[in-house]
Design a protein around this ligand. Sequence first.
Ligand SMILES: [Cu+2]
Length: 117
Amino acid sequence: MLFINVIGIGLMVLIAWWFWWRTPTVHSSQEGKVQIRVANGSYTPAHIRVPAHQPVTLTFVRDDASPCADRVLFPDLDIQSNLAVQQATSIEIPPLTPGEYTFHCQMQMYRGILSVE
Ligand SMILES: [Cu+2]
């Protein structure tokens, strides 16, 4: 019984780590174009640095067919888009003032940060 509990807790910790605590890959772009892969519960890169006051094109390539990855939302920017499976979807981000802008799927399992600096 104790053994089963240990496995259960271990699994919960692993799932929590997978979704929330993994250090995201940081990607800096000066050219104003970034490609982001959507697969296995994460955006790659999940942390994107871009210069302020310049438009940026983010191209999401969705490899995950699960409904979870269906849609990407930028709540602070009032931008959202559907992502088609096995296709590239480009989203135009307008010039922004410096700050951190999060983006995520509807359920916030996929999460990313756009750092404008
Ligand atoms: Cu989701």
